[in-house]
Design a binder for this molecule. Structure first.
Ligand code: PBG
Length: 324
């Protein structure tokens, strides 16, 4: 293959040729829509840093999920904003907490929708950290018990997949055991295997008021400088029987997505996080780029890197574009 006999542009010459040689395409099958559930009634509050995304109260969530379902999106992932927070995040494992109620509501209105629940206490703690805090330290092992309780309360109301996002050591195994011992052998675990201490979570923390009140998350989330460490984390999660491996964030970590894909035969998810969404929204608003095309290009890149499950705040609009 050498110019001038070989000309790469031949395969780009027309829309139909480009269609024939296209290597990757997005499908609604890949999309997971993140949703924020809040306390109270009849609440639909727009998250200012994430235009088009809302905090919904439980009574409204069923109708929104019906719309998500009608677009062909197979799954939602839920995050809770509790009425009260405390040191140990007790609303996280309240059997009647906001997420627990939302799962029941969604399962009664849309029984086929795959419901994924975030398992992490940071949205529920006064200090905003993802674990039990003592003397300014985030403790690993005592946190595992809380995560087990949280996962069980989700499984009890019918969640299909629990997604631990706390980055404590040993949580996948602890949660798997707790689920199995309580008869929830069919509840899956989607592990945030390689979750980085990223500044791209900023808008999410505004949405949940979950910024750490002291220090940062570097003692449990991964250093953005590391990639070998991601392989170690992934291997641990495989050994602990995770069903799906996740890399988070997505766009600035496509090398990690690709590497995880090459190291494992489990399904790979990538979380295109709040900051990734908001950056494109802000640039779109300023007229600096075409927001729809930029969002779709970002999602396609995440898929091309190796993710077959993509969690994105753009899911509903992406589905409309794909279905069109
Ligand atoms: C922790 C959690 C976070 C996100 C998902 N789960 C925040 C954090 O680690 O600070 C961020 C998701 C996003 O930015 O879209 N419960």
């Amino acid at each position: 293959m050498l110019f001038p006999k070989y000309r790469a542009r031949r395969m780009r010459a027309s829309t139909n040729i480009r269609r024939m040689v296209r290597e990757n395409r997005l499908s609604t099958d890949m999309l997971v829509y993140p949703m924020f559930v809040t306390f109270g009634k009849n609440k639909k509050e727009e998250i200012s840093s994430m235009p088009g995304n809302f905090r919904f109260s439980v009574d409204l969530i069923g109708d929104v999920v019906k719309e998500v379902e009608s677009l062909g999106i197979p799954a939602v992932i839920l995050f809770g904003i509790p009425k009260t927070k405390d040191e140990n995040g007790s609303e996280a494992y309240n059997p009647n907490g906001v997420v627990q109620q939302a799962v029941s509501e969604i399962k009664s209105k849309c029984p086929d929708m795959v419901v994924i629940t975030d398992v992490c206490i940071d949205e529920y703690t006064t200090h905003g950290h993802c674990g039990v805090v003592s003397d300014g330290k985030v403790l690993n092992d005592p946190t595992l018990e809380l995560l087990e309780s949280m996962a069980l309360t989700h499984a009890n109301v019918g969640t299909d997949i629990v997604a631990p996002s706390d980055m404590m050591d040993g949580r996948v195994d602890a949660i798997r055991r707790a689920l199995d011992e309580n008869g929830h052998i069919d509840v899956s675990i989607m592990s945030y295997s390689a979750k980085y201490a990223s500044s791209f979570y900023g808008p999410f923390r505004e949405a949940c008021s979950s910024s750490p009140q002291f220090g940062d998350r570097s003692s449990y989330q991964m250093d953005p400088a590391n990639s070998l460490e991601a392989i170690r984390e992934v291997n641990l999660d495989i050994a602990e029987n995770a069903d799906i491996l996740m890399v988070k964030p997505a766009l600035p970590y496509l090398d990690i997505v690709s590497m995880v894909k090459s190291k494992s035969n489990l399904p790979i998810a990538a979380y295109s996080v709040s900051g990734e969404y908001s950056m494109i929204e802000a640039a779109g608003k300023a007229g600096w780029l075409d927001r729809e095309r930029a969002h779709m290009e970002a999602l396609l890149s995440i898929h091309r890197a190796g993710a077959n499950i993509i969690i994105t705040y753009f899911a509903k609009e992406a589905a409309k574009i794909i279905n069109n």
